[in-house]
Design a protein around this ligand. Structure first.
Ligand code: GAR
Length: 195
């Protein structure tokens, strides 16, 4: 069985879209693949209970638990890697996982680590992508799925979807228009990688 591990920090709507597609399109039978585990860096992440509804194992590795360590980021990632590697995953999917990852972590999962970012990369790396797109007067916005490399939000692009920015859009209007596309594009990319 090819294992897929999904990392989340919050609502987990992308994770849910992946789990729903995996179920609807029978990834186990078609690709011998399943989401083996969902990991959150926050105990309060709403996505954890959604994963449980899908009977997927969940784990929590809280980054804040390591804040007193000599090197907090490294200590957090050491534990995270341990939990991920239990499943020897074929793919590690960042789905709204809001931690910056070290080059060591990224290199450990080279070729297996993908991310979804709510902008048309290379525009608007980092945070507040929709507010920045509105501020710049962009006529189009969108989402990118990319391979993860050590430089933040810079890896090779696997897929993008474009949405229009409409007159009078608020940040949340634009975010929800983009999110609708995220839910379509991310499961599709994973399916392509599996096949
Ligand atoms: C999504 O919009 C995703 O693209 C974004 O966080 C949201 C998570 O939503 N990711 C990033 O900003 C990563 N830099 P979800 O928890 O409902 O999937």
């Amino acid at each position: 069985m090819k294992n897929i591990v999904i990392l989340i920090s919050g609502g987990g709507s992308n994770m849910k879209a992946i789990l729903q597609t995996a179920r609807d399109r029978d990834w186990e039978k078609r690709f011998g693949a399943k989401v083996s585990r969902v990991i959150s860096n926050k105990q309060s992440a709403l996505g954890l209970s959604i994963a449980e509804e899908f009977n997927v194992k969940t784990s929590v590795v809280e980054h804040l638990q390591y804040k007193e360590a000599t090197n907090p980021r490294e200590a957090f990632e050491t534990e995270l890697t341990k939990v991920i590697d239990q499943d020897a995953p074929e793919l590690v999917v960042l789905a709204g996982f809001m931690r910056i990852l070290t080059p060591q972590f990224v290199n450990h999962y080279e070729g297996r680590l993908i991310n979804i970012h709510p902008s048309l990369l290379p525009a608007f790396t980092g945070l507040h992508t929709h507010a920045r797109a509105l501020e710049m007067g962009c006529r189009f916005a969108g989402v990118t799925v990319h391979r993860v490399t050590p430089e933040l939000d810079h890896g090779p692009i696997l897929a993008q979807a474009v949405v229009p920015v409409l007159k009078g859009d608020t940040e949340s209007d634009l975010a929800s228009r983009v999110l609708t596309q995220e839910h379509l594009i991310y499961p599709k990319v994973i399916e392509e990688l599996l096949s």
